[in-house]
Design a protein around this ligand. Structure first.
Ligand SMILES: CC(=O)[C@@H](O)[C@H](O)COP(=O)(O)O
Ligand SMILES: NCC(=O)COP(=O)(O)O
Length: 237
């Protein structure tokens, strides 16, 4: 069964709006786990506009499910991850000024860089995942970096789903199958939602994990966090 990792970036965005500690990011992570989440994801960005480096250090000993830290591997990010020792690190090629992640790695052009970074995390026994699109060259290139998993960048699926669900999901099913044949684990994320998650999960084989934040936190405004986590889990059954 596909596991649900709740991305709590947007809880930190709300907290940061006032400078205090409401809502409490650590408490929300623990509550999400209590409500059934099988992992907690954070994506500290260089400007700390949502998750701060200190949040990562505060969460590292509290999270008892899978702790997944995502981000661009600057030296500061690498140091942080090596200190926090999460279960998984997901490398994302997003430029600092990007509003959100907007592309996967070109794993061929960045092969040497990715190999070097991945080796540092592997030496610390941290599972690695790299964010890629569905281009099979990038999936094959991911294998050559030595990563344990890939995370498929699902925004193109989410965008096309309302027009043509079958066409939207097809490249993801093919990429996931290819990754599985190569011995890579398959995660997915970005813009997955209550609208599109069930269909994605039913049509993409070998999916180990999805990380979901933006839509899930927005849904929690209407349904409450406990109900919302349960609703997302039901899409993955
Ligand atoms: C890696 C990825 O897909 C992102 O979705 C991300 O982790 C979310 O980041 P923001 O919350 O900053 O949009
Ligand atoms: N890796 C994707 C993630 O953590 C959450 O993305 P989103 O649901 O906030 O778009």
């Amino acid at each position: 069964m596909t596991r649900l990792s709740v991305n709590i970036n947007k809880i930190a965005t709300l907290r940061n709006a006032r400078g205090g500690n409401t809502p409490n990011v650590c408490k929300m992570a623990l509550d999400c786990e209590r409500f059934g989440a099988e992992g907690i994801t954070v994506h500290p960005r260089p400007d700390e506009r949502h998750i701060r480096y200190q949040d990562v250090m505060d969460l590292k000993d509290l999270v008892t499910t899978e702790f997944n830290i995502e981000g661009y591997p600057t030296e500061d990010f690498i140091d942080l991850v090596l200190k926090a020792k999460p279960a998984q690190v997901t490398l994302v090629p997003d430029p600092p000024e990007a509003i959100t992640s907007n592309a996967g790695w070109d794993t061929v052009a960045n092969k040497d860089f990715l190999i070097e970074v991945i080796n540092r995390f592997k030496a610390a026994n941290i599972r690695t995942s790299i964010f890629v699109d569905t281009n099979l060259k990038n999936v094959e290139g991911a294998k050559a970096t030595g990563t344990d998993r890939i995370e498929l960048y699902t925004e193109p699926f989410a965008d096309n789903y309302p027009n043509n669900p079958e066409e939207a999901v097809r490249p993801f099913a093919i990429a996931a199958e290819k990754a599985h044949k190569l011995g890579l684990g398959v995660n997915a994320g970005h813009d997955l939602s209550l609208e599109n998650l069930k269909f994605f999960n039913e049509n993409v084989p070998n999916l180990a994990e999805v990380s979901i934040g933006h839509a899930l936190v927005a849904d929690a405004l209407y349904f409450g966090m406990e109900n919302t986590v349960q609703m997302y889990l039901r899409c993955l059954k």
